[in-house]
Ligand binder design. Structure first.
Ligand code: ATP
Length: 281
């Protein structure tokens, strides 16, 4: 797990913080013609000759939580980085809220809240000031900003540490603050990359409750994790990634039948023997 916490968020991370405001900020406001908030098709990304993504397809609908699972190096974070506008794919398309994310990156970033795997928070200011900064970057001002901060502090049980300097918080608390910065402006698409990594049960429970509530209100959520039972708790649609592709996607019932998410993971995470297809019916 990568957790690099510099004193100042990297500019390219900050550049992704243009979540939705005003009418555009209402969750589910911009599904495309097929009712999807996010549609990724045929994504390819190579580092050198090695493909990190190799024909990656995925959709996320308003109100849907898609749990992206797969072994280390499968390509989950690369996908999040492409949708966030941090990494450019070599091929493929990404449509967010009906708009081409690779051509209209700026507009699309206003619809997207990102909690990156590598935390990007100001360490020397308080939690509330971090939220003020991120909410302000998203265009919130005055009472609307105050209300959004209060709401997200409450949602993520961060009230007691709101006045603390972020650098003084525990790792789990910081991760919760990062999720709060993604949610503060109520974007219709949330990208949460391992938001509960290293989190204690209290942090995990607050985060899962907040994610469920946002999805119930219409937010489309892409959620990567290695803690598979979380996806059961979230009633997430599962998308299993291996070697840069989604090799199975569906509800837990559709994919697992009587099996658990754990069983599914183990049955699919191991490469198929030579000559056997990766496809899952
Ligand atoms: P994890 O579960 O460990 O977070 P992941 O599924 O998110 O893994 P990625 O981080 O997307 O996987 O990595 C996919 C592949 O791309 C890996 O082989 C990784 O080494 C490679 N990769 C990712 N970023 C870079 C980079 N900046 N330069 C070179 N290779 C990279």
């Amino acid at each position: 797990m990568l957790i690099a916490e510099g004193p100042v968020p990297r500019p390219e991370i900050l550049a992704t913080w243009r979540p939705a405001i005003g009418r555009a900020g209402r969750s589910g406001a911009f599904p495309d013609g097929d009712g999807q908030m996010l549609v990724a098709s045929g994504l390819v990304k190579r580092y050198g000759t090695r493909p990190a993504l190799d024909g990656f397809d995925l959709t996320v609908a308003p109100g849907e939580i898609v749990g992206l699972i797969g072994p280390n190096g499968a390509g989950k974070t690369t996908f999040v980085e492409i949708v966030s506008g941090l990494v450019r794919p070599d091929a493929g398309t990404v449509v967010v809220g009906g708009r081409d994310a690779l051509r209209s990156g700026r507009a699309v970033r206003r619809l997207t809240g990102v909690a990156p795997q590598e935390l990007a928070l100001y360490q020397t200011v308080t939690v509330r000031e971090n939220l003020r900064l991120f909410g302000g970057l998203a265009g919130l001002r005055g009472r609307a900003l105050d209300a959004a901060i209060s709401r997200v502090l409450d949602e993520l049980a961060l009230g007691p540490v709101a006045g603390k300097r972020t650098g003084e918080l525990s790792g789990g608390q910081r991760r919760r603050v990062q999720a709060a910065t993604a949610m503060v402006a109520s974007p219709p698409l949330l990208l949460l990359d391992e938001p509960t990594a290293g989190a204690d049960p209290e942090t995990r429970s607050a985060l899962l409750a907040a994610v469920r509530a946002r999805a119930a209100a219409g937010t489309a959520v892409l959620y990567t994790t290695h803690y598979l039972p979380e996806l059961t708790e979230l009633h997430a649609t599962l998308a299993l990634v291996r070697a840069g592709r989604v090799i199975a996607r569906g509800t837990q019932e559709e994919l697992t039948g009587q099996r658990t998410v754990d069983d599914l993971y183990w049955s699919l995470a191991v490469p198929a023997p030579e000559g056997e297809s990766d496809a899952v019916a």
